[in-house]
Design a protein around this ligand. Structure first.
Ligand code: HEC
Length: 188
């Protein structure tokens, strides 16, 4: 029994000691370019998904029409494009972020970007951001309506009308056809 207790205590002590040695003398993955730890992605994304599904709004208060897409495209151009790219124009540095920034106009199967996610989930991510990633929280940058407009653009990225597609990839047109706001106002 004594030997067992001694072994148990030794075993329990070994865990923090090993952790200390790893962080002090090992090469913990602190650089963006480092490979991930085993299960790192799963450990971070499970609590995130749980929290989002608890808090995300169930209904969408702004209608998904041409005006919302136009305003959403203007917001996307001024706030999101550097990390999340455009149709056929992915961000150059996004793959070198950790976690990498997904390309929100990239087609996968029947979907484009996050068009397969519920709008409420995307709204939550844009409003609150994702901690320990490059994804900012926009609730103090955009108004409630603007958060929904850019959300609707992304939620419908697989079926945007051609004029919105064109607006996204034509910066000069953007300022004239942005609807309620121009790029400079949005970026205030
Ligand atoms: C500085 C870079 C950066 C900017 C700017 C940025 N994001 Fe992100 N975003 C990220 C990163 C990195 C992730 C991935 C986070 C993760 O995987 O945990 C992300 C994730 C997301 C996701 C979730 C994607 C998925 O697959 O679930 C959405 C939606 C999103 N961003 C929307 C936006 C919108 C809308 C804007 C502009 C209003 C924006 N982001 C601006 C870096 C950025």
């Amino acid at each position: 029994m004594k030997a067992f207790t001694f072994g148990l205590i030794l075993g329990l002590l070994a865990i923090p000691v090993a952790g200390f040695l790893f962080f002090k003398f090992g090469k913990p993955p602190v650089a963006t370019a480092d490979p991930s730890l085993p299960f790192e992605r799963q450990i971070v994304s499970v609590p995130l998904e749980v929290r989002i599904h608890r808090e995300m709004p169930g209904s969408v208060p702004v209608s998904a029409d041409a005006a919302a897409y136009g305003a959403g495209a203007a917001i996307y151009q001024s706030q999101c494009v550097a990390c999340h790219g455009l149709p056929d124009r992915p961000s150059s540095f996004a793959p070198n972020m950790f976690p990498r920034a997904p390309q929100l106009f990239e087609r996968h199967g029947d979907h484009v970007g996050v068009s397969d996610d519920e709008a409420g989930e995307t709204y939550w991510k844009v409003a609150n951001g994702i901690r320990l990633s490059g994804m900012p929280s926009y609730k103090k940058v955009l108004t409630e309506k603007e958060l929904w407009q850019v959300t609707l653009l992304l939620a419908n990225a697989d079926k945007l009308p051609p004029e919105v597609q064109k607006q996204l990839t034509t910066p000069a047109q953007l300022i004239n056809s942005a609807g309620t706001k121009n790029v400079r106002d949005v970026a205030r």
